[in-house]
Ligand binder design. Structure first.
Ligand SMILES: Nc1ncnc2c1ncn2[C@@H]1O[C@H](COP(=O)(O)OP(=O)(O)OP(=O)(O)O)[C@@H](O)[C@H]1O
Ligand SMILES: [Mg+2]
Length: 313
């Protein structure tokens, strides 16, 4: 659906993106994650035909973003970092204006507007002036303009930036609703965003892709040791016993939660089994046990601050 090959964008001596390649399949939601200045917006602007790349090639639905930009624009909806809204217009007159800009045939305009108003839950505000709307509603109008020509592909640049938690949830829900019949790339530097919305993550740093994978895969590839959180009744005896289990590297007490230990051990499923068997056999009174997973912050920092080589697939 989207194919990016060796894309490079140079501003003078600065390589904003440097030889990046990836593909996005139909119906996928991909999170484009990277710190400020990583090259997210640059990549999105190239894919949406706003500017050409210096080298490399990108196609959307089989059409070249440079040579066949008209075909690409028909199939792509773009929500830029700052949505191109006219604050003095009402929501419906603005959408009417955008529909005409996007060459929607006259007799289809009304239907197209009604469809995005319903989809983006804008019914209550359709006759209000855009400049009077809250940021969350303005963002929905931004999404509605991206969707008005019913594109197969959506490119959303930081769609939840500056929103309050409720509005963030609303926009995320909306994006998830669009998945399946749309292919979506969204950018963010808010780490939890990608775990909650995206099936796959592309991590970009200083213009280079450092990882492409699902969050689970990223976390497990990085994990050299596991951490098991365990709560037991007989905590004094437990502390000593846990240390004797083969594969256990360290046992730490949780200072706040009494009777809870963090067990650092060599990774693998069998360690969970050994720990639980030992605890039961020694009659330590198992109250709770779970594998602690890597937080996305840890994954992200590891990938964007270590230079021992990234991963990609
Ligand atoms: N028009 C431009 N002229 C010169 N340099 C630019 C231009 N646009 C972007 N850059 C530079 O290219 C690099 C990538 O910028 P880009 O906007 O793509 O990053 P980003 O990942 O979107 O960051 P953010 O999270 O801050 O939005 C940055 O170093 C930026 O300063
Ligand atoms: Mg940006």
């Amino acid at each position: 659906m989207i194919e990016v090959q060796n894309l490079t964008k140079q501003y003078g001596n600065l390589k904003a993106i440097d030889d990046i390649s990836f593909r996005v399949n139909q119906g996928e939601i991909i999170g484009f994650l990277g710190p400020n200045g990583a090259g997210k917006t640059t990549t999105m602007r190239i894919l949406t035909c706003f500017m050409p790349a210096t080298f490399g090639k990108a196609t959307v639905c089989g059409f070249d973003v440079f040579h066949e930009s008209h075909e690409v624009k028909k199939r792509i909806g773009y929500l830029p970092e700052t949505p191109p809204l006219y604050p003095e217009m009402t929501v419906s007159s603005y959408l009417n204006f955008v529909a005409k800009l996007k060459d929607i045939p006259r007799d289809k305009v009304r239907h197209a507007i009604d469809r995005v108003i319903a989809r983006c839950h804008l019914g209550d505000v359709q006759n209000r002036i855009i400049g009077h709307l809250s940021k969350g509603y303005r963002q929905r109008v931004g999404l509605a303009q991206a969707l008005i020509h019913d594109p197969q592909v959506l490119i959303l640049d930081e769609p939840t930036i500056g929103l309050d938690p409720k509005q963030i949830i609303d926009i995320r829900t909306l994006i998830k609703e669009l998945a399946g019949d749309h292919t979506v790339i969204l950018s963010t530097h808010i780490l939890p965003e990608v775990t909650q919305t995206c099936q796959k993550i592309i991590i970009i740093n200083e213009g280079k892709i450092v990882a492409i994978d699902t969050y689970d895969q990223l976390a497990s590839q990085l994990r050299k040791t596991d951490r098991v959180e365990i709560k037991i009744k007989n905590s004094e005896k437990g502390f000593e016993t846990l240390k004797t289990i083969p594969g256990v590297i360290e046992v730490m007490r949780d200072e706040v939660r009494k009777g809870t230990f963090i067990v650092e051990c060599q990774g693998g499923d069998s360690i969970l089994e050994s720990i639980s068997k030992t605890v039961v056999n020694h009659n330590l009174g198992l109250l709770e046990m779970k594998l602690q997973s890597f937080s996305l912050e840890e994954v992200f920092l590891k990938l964007t601050t270590e230079d021992e080589g990234g991963m990609s697939s």
